[in-house]
Design a protein around this ligand. Structure first.
Ligand code: FAD
Length: 396
């Protein structure tokens, strides 16, 4: 290790979208912040549907103006039962207009979002970036010491573990995680098409999971196609013409002729829930704190709410002269995140199970639920508002 440790109020470990957002938000509070994250090109072609308050947060952090032009507004969402089963749910359509919004949110490709976050992070004088990785993390009574791959030593009163699914921070905090493989995989790719999407995101519910076409600017959509792992591998191995044809068939040609763009990825799906969100001077944000399948576009939206909450809580604690890594401050973060993360994980899990179930009563229940949401205005509006953010977080 090289010399005496460099000392920070807060160190963020991991520079995915959740970690970068947390680092910017924390540095904005005036905390002396370190970010330990490799500069590396974003590895896949995923896009993110940023819902409700997520773009408000990015606007407040001076990130959104840098990427807004490359995002597509999501003004309506359509759920189509494509299970071919005897008992099918009616088509349900949610429109942002109905709850007085211009749009539910925006779909943006992660590379563009990451570039905007990186650009903002580089401007902040209170944020020191280390193009490095944490190798060891040791919390003690007064601070956490971090040894890096390059041989540096950092110390911080609070560590933000934004290091994703295989989180070393979580392990160092002594937080257990429950993991359940879902036996499903998501194939992601982008398409161009001949008919306009009209800013409508369409979700086809198949017996193996949803296949979602989410608008991108112009006549383009991103596709998240959830299926059994073997089927995802088969689709992945198709040539461009074959996959274009398969996607067009799956979309029932609502987008006209489909042409796949270069770049495909497969993500095995799982649900991961840690026992706690913070412990031993370490607070978890993003996928170190929750992994959910891509149903209802909740994952990174939850991660951005984690980032906003830890910045508010730690920033306020420091302004009152409190230690940002103290058990009291961590307890506030735990209580701020618990209901939001657990309720969303449960809802997504139930929605996914109800789709996969061959059990007739479950199929009837699902169809009846969607029928009620589709036909009862107040229920539909409640579902839309809850989909954007939990009610207790909304100001109006
Ligand atoms: C198919 C698919 C579609 C999705 N669509 C949506 C959507 O529409 N809307 C939505 O809200 N969410 C969506 N999600 C979820 C979203 O993509 C994730 O929640 C988000 O990418 C997680 O970001 P993160 O920053 O927490 O983790 P990551 O992006 O995994 O970042 C973690 C970072 O930490 C780094 N790291 C790891 N260990 C260390 C270490 N020791 N030291 C330093 N750095 C380290 C890693 O290199 C990585 O860069 C989707 C997910 C999938 C799979």
């Amino acid at each position: 290790m090289n010399g005496a440790p460099q000392v920070y109020d807060i160190a963020v470990i991991g520079g995915g979208p959740a970690g970068l957002t947390a680092a910017i938000a924390l540095a904005e509070t005036g905390a002396k912040t370190a970010l330990l994250a490799r500069h590396a090109p974003y590895a896949d072609n995923r896009t993110t549907a940023l819902l409700g308050a997520s773009t408000d947060l990015l606007e407040r952090l001076d990130v959104w103006r840098r990427c807004r032009d490359q995002a597509a507004a999501l003004q309506a969402m359509r759920l189509v039962d494509d299970t071919g089963r005897l008992i099918r749910a009616p088509e349900v359509r949610f429109s942002s207009e109905e709850i007085g919004l211009d749009q539910f949110g925006f779909n943006i490709d992660n590379r563009t979002l990451m570039a905007a976050l990186e650009a903002r992070a580089a401007e902040l004088s209170g944020l020191t970036r280390f193009d490095d990785e944490a190798e060891t993390i040791h919390p003690d009574a007064a601070e956490v010491s971090i040894g890096t791959r390059a041989g540096k030593t950092l110390a911080a009163r609070l560590v933000i573990g934004a290091d994703g699914r295989q989180s070393l921070s979580r392990e160092a905090a002594g937080i257990d995680v429950r993991r359940r493989d879902l036996g499903q995989s998501a194939l992601t790719f982008n398409i161009g098409h001949t008919h306009p999407h009209k800013n409508i995101s369409t979700e086809f519910h198949t017996p193996h999971g949803p296949c979602v076409f989410v608008p991108l600017p112009g006549n383009r959509c991103s596709v998240v196609w959830v299926s059994a792992p073997k089927e995802a591998e088969r689709l992945m191995a198709l040539d461009d013409d074959e996959l274009s044809e398969a996607a067009e068939r799956q979309s029932h040609s609502i987008l006209g002729r489909v042409r796949v763009e270069p770049g495909r990825n497969i993500f095995p799906l799982a649900i991961e829930s840690p026992g706690q969100f913070a412990r031993n001077r370490i607070a978890l944000v993003g996928e170190s704190a929750h992994v959910v399948p891509p149903i209802g576009a909740q994952g990174l939206n939850l991660g951005l709410r984690d980032a906003a909450d830890i910045a508010d809580i730690a920033g306020q604690a420091m302004s009152l002269g409190e230690d940002p890594g103290s058990p009291q401050v961590l307890a506030r973060y735990q209580s701020a995140r618990r209901s939001d993360v657990w309720s969303r994980t449960l809802t997504i899990d139930i929605a996914n199970r109800s789709l996969l179930s061959d059990f007739l009563p479950m199929q009837s229940l699902r169809a009846a639920g969607l029928h009620l949401i589709g036909s009862v205005g107040p229920l539909r509006r409640l579902a839309m508002r809850e989909g954007l953010a939990p009610s207790w977080r909304r100001v109006s």
